[in-house]
Design a protein around this ligand. Structure first.
Ligand code: SF4
Length: 320
């Protein structure tokens, strides 16, 4: 497989304004030097607790928010160098599915109008052609075209997410960032939407970045998993290897909290002490040291470098 997307040293820093004159003080490093690549047709999951920077990273890669620094190479072209018009045309190749389909669909628009919009922006189609394309899209995601004149509130949560997926696929993108796409759905509906996403991936040769805090979903859908903590990637591994033998103490703690399929089986639960530190004032050295059960004295002062431990597996921890 070939590399579709490569991210090098991606950063998104937010200045924190304070005082009457809005002077900038501290900087929140929401994404702080992430490097990774995604191969054509694979699903790379990005996991981590709320506030770890995973959604900011996904939006930065799509340039929905402008990164502070770093390179984003899509088929070896650095898309940060594209001007607004070039970027507008390029957007057809990269799309996003949002967590909350209700918030991302205009409640005043019918589904016909919502799904027509990408074609109106990028293709000049006649009214009958628009109707036909919307009908096809609705069928692809398992919705009846008969309901195209309904409004978002007339659909269930799972159906609304299908509409969100249809909108993302309208222009036949190569790469889709799926930002917590099933977190807002009932457990009973999640599997249906995940199965649909897998079918569509195969049908349209899609490459996914799947952002989630739910490891059981990630285990089901991803080929590889990247684990983020306070804006940095701390571990990256093929999914099977990561779940069988996590290396980073943070990954170990996340996986230890997963229920086991066999109710008789036992696994020691690793309880992390404290909350995620304030990103305005992250701990020195390894940012995880204040919660790490394996921390050593040097972890307070030395920032762990990224280390490749085996082909396709890397970790940032002083234990390796
Ligand atoms: Fe824990 Fe130290 Fe490794 Fe950080 S570098 S994860 S504090 S052992």
């Amino acid at each position: 497989m070939s590399v579709l997307l490569e991210v090098r040293n991606l950063k998104k820093h937010y200045p924190v304004r304070k005082g009457f004159f809005g002077r900038t003080g501290a900087v929140v490093k929401a994404v702080d030097g992430v490097s990774l690549s995604i191969e054509t047709g694979e699903t790379l999951a990005i996991v981590g607790e709320s506030g770890c920077g995973k959604s900011t990273m996904g939006r930065s890669i799509l340039r929905l928010i402008e990164p502070t620094d770093g390179e984003i190479l899509f088929e070896q072209e650095d898309i940060r160098k594209l001007n607004p018009e070039q970027m507008r045309r390029f957007r057809t190749k990269m799309q996003i599915v949002f967590q909350d389909p209700y918030a991302s669909l205009d409640p005043r628009w019918t589904i016909q109008k919502i799904l027509e919009e990408p074609f109106r922006l990028y293709e000049k189609l006649s009214a009958p052609e628009l109707k036909e394309r919307v009908e096809q899209l609705m069928q692809v995601v398992g919705l009846s075209p008969y309901h195209a004149d309904r409004f978002p509130h007339e659909f269930s949560g799972g159906q609304r997410q299908r509409i969100g997926i249809a909108r993302a696929l309208a222009l036949k993108p190569q790469f889709v960032v799926c930002d917590e796409p099933v977190s807002a759905l009932d457990v009973s509906i999640r599997a249906q939407v995940l199965n649909l996403m897998e079918d569509l991936q195969e049908q349209y040769s899609l490459t996914y970045m799947f952002i989630s805090h739910d490891l059981s979903v990630v285990k089901f859908i991803s080929d590889r998993v990247g684990v983020m903590y306070l804006g940095r990637l701390v571990e990256l591994a093929p999914t099977d290897e990561l779940f069988a033998e996590p290396l980073h103490p943070y990954t170990k703690a996340l996986i230890s909290a997963l229920p086991l399929p066999d109710p008789e089986a036992k696994r020691e639960r690793i309880i992390l002490s404290g909350d995620v530190p304030n990103p305005q004032n992250p701990p020195s050295g390894c940012a995880f040291h204040s919660r790490c059960p394996s921390a050593r004295p040097e972890c307070k002062s030395v920032t762990p470098e990224w280390k490749e431990v085996s082909p396709g597996r890397g970790v940032a921890c002083l234990l390796y």
